[in-house]
Write a protein that binds this ligand. Structure first.
Ligand SMILES: [Zn+2]
Length: 85
């Protein structure tokens, strides 16, 4: 069984964006879409290279890229609030 934990990813404005299953330790730079739980901003429906926005304040959350053949959100570190682990 994989070890890891669910982490709340929030915008700087305080809006909860999604919960992410993080395996191992370290900063979150990219979020693989299939590891997202409770996708509150519809990330599973956006296309590659689009830039999803925070539904509350309109800031860019990052950019969707293909990583190892899977779509992932590369986080905009300026928009995402410090991540609590
Ligand atoms: Zn926001």
């Amino acid at each position: 069984m994989k070890t890891g934990k669910l982490i709340d990813i929030e915008c700087q404005c305080g809006r909860l964006l999604f919960r992410y299953f993080k395996a191992g330790k370290g900063r979150i730079i990219k979020c693989i879409i299939s590891h997202i739980h409770e996708d509150l901003v519809g990330l599973s429906r956006v296309s590659t290279f689009s830039k999803p926005l925070c539904p509350a304040c309109g800031k860019e959350l990052g950019i969707i890229m293909m990583i190892h053949g899977e779509p992932a959100l590369k986080l905009n570190q300026g928009t995402i609030k410090g991540i609590r682990i």
